[in-house]
Design a protein around this ligand. Structure first.
Ligand SMILES: *[C@@H]1O[C@H](CO)[C@@H](O)[C@H](O)[C@H]1NC(C)=O
Ligand SMILES: *[C@@H]1O[C@H](CO)[C@@H](O)[C@H](O)[C@H]1NC(C)=O
Ligand SMILES: *[C@@H]1O[C@H](CO)[C@@H](O)[C@H](O)[C@H]1NC(C)=O
Ligand SMILES: *[C@@H]1O[C@H](CO)[C@@H](O)[C@H](O)[C@H]1NC(C)=O
Length: 276
């Protein structure tokens, strides 16, 4: 017996063992390294390949998604080889407080889940339809709830439950941080953030201080001869005071008398001497 035949025998054996376990099979999560296998409102399960092995032409595989009280409600409704109403707990209202706390959604025809193929993506995402309104749509689960799953084999000609797996779970969905618990107080700020904010405040204060000092120096600075600080301002030693009728015109600007000797007439306005 070559290795090829040995591998074939081993895989046949494992398929036979899986089939024998059919009734105790329960839905399993996708492998642990699978990104997003449990979110706050969705779950990724392994599909029921080679789980229902009886010949059942035209039969379909369905999934029951239930909260803890929903599993009991569903069990009370369903026996193998008795009919079921697929609209028994329609999706959009299934998880209202007064509802049955489970919903049914179609996974696919039994013929799509044989034993002898290795599918590329053998997973089923519960909640893949998002927020939906169809009675049996694959809608999202209540956020942060604890859910269990069960596969059904259904004969759609008379809605008989031909067979079903055990319940898989319960699985805890992840809980989102509620808006009220998000800490936006000072304790939530990192030390580095506080230091940077403080440094920025000090820098702005220093900048303002330097600005005011410069303003002060330029306005009230000593006019000691050559280092006069009123930069490039126009000096008007003589002008007409139109509002002061009794004054002699033009008026000599006394403010510039002390340093008048430092300026030639060409640096002042009016440029030419104006005398009465
Ligand atoms: C359900 O499926 C299992 C595994 O295929 C099988 O052993 C069992 O007989 C089936 N039950 C019914 C009622 O068909
Ligand atoms: C399921 O079986 C139990 C007893 O085995 C019976 O009391 C119940 O009425 C059955 N339910 C349905 C929906 O057939
Ligand atoms: C449902 O239909 C299938 C074939 O279509 C039949 O074998 C089975 O006995 C029916 N079940 C019931 C409960 O009528
Ligand atoms: C799931 O939630 C229940 C109730 O909150 C808790 O008792 C249980 O330990 C949780 N299980 C896991 C695996 O976190």
């Amino acid at each position: 017996m070559n290795t090829h035949n040995a591998i074939r025998l081993v895989s046949l054996l494992s398929i036979w063992m899986l089939a024998a376990q059919g009734q105790i099979f329960q839905p399993q999560l996708a492998p642990a390294n699978f990104l997003g296998r449990i979110t706050s409102n969705t779950v990724i399960l392994q599909q029921p390949y080679c789980v229902f092995t009886q010949t059942c032409p035209g039969c379909e595989i369905w999934l029951v998604a239930a909260l803890s009280t929903g599993t009991g409600n569903f069990n009370a409704l369903v026996n193998i080889s008795s009919p079921i109403s697929l609209s028994v707990s329609p999706y959009p209202t299934a998880f209202l407080p007064s509802s049955a706390q489970f919903f049914l959604t179609r996974v696919g025809p039994l013929a799509n889940f044989p034993c002898n193929t290795a599918p590329a993506f053998p997973y089923f995402t519960v909640g893949a339809d998002g927020i939906c309104t169809g009675i049996n749509c694959n809608g999202v689960l209540p956020v942060g709830s604890i859910v269990s799953f069960r596969y059904l084999l259904i004969d759609p000609s008379n809605y008989t439950v031909v067979n079903m797996t055990n319940w898989g779970g319960p699985f805890n969905l992840t809980t989102l941080l509620s808006y009220q618990t998000i800490n936006d107080g000072l304790s939530a700020r990192s030390g580095a953030m506080v230091v940077i904010t403080t440094l920025l405040c000090v820098a702005v204060a220093l900048l303002l201080l330097v600005f005011f000092i410069m303003l002060c120096v330029s306005c009230c600075g000593k006019k000691d001869g050559k280092t006069v600080t009123v930069m490039s301002s126009i000096r008007i030693p003589r002008y007409d005071t139109h509002n002061l009728k009794e004054h002699v015109h033009p008026y000599d600007n006394q403010a510039y008398e002390p340093d008048a000797k430092n300026y030639s007439r060409s640096q002042t306005l009016p440029k030419s001497p104006v005398r009465k």
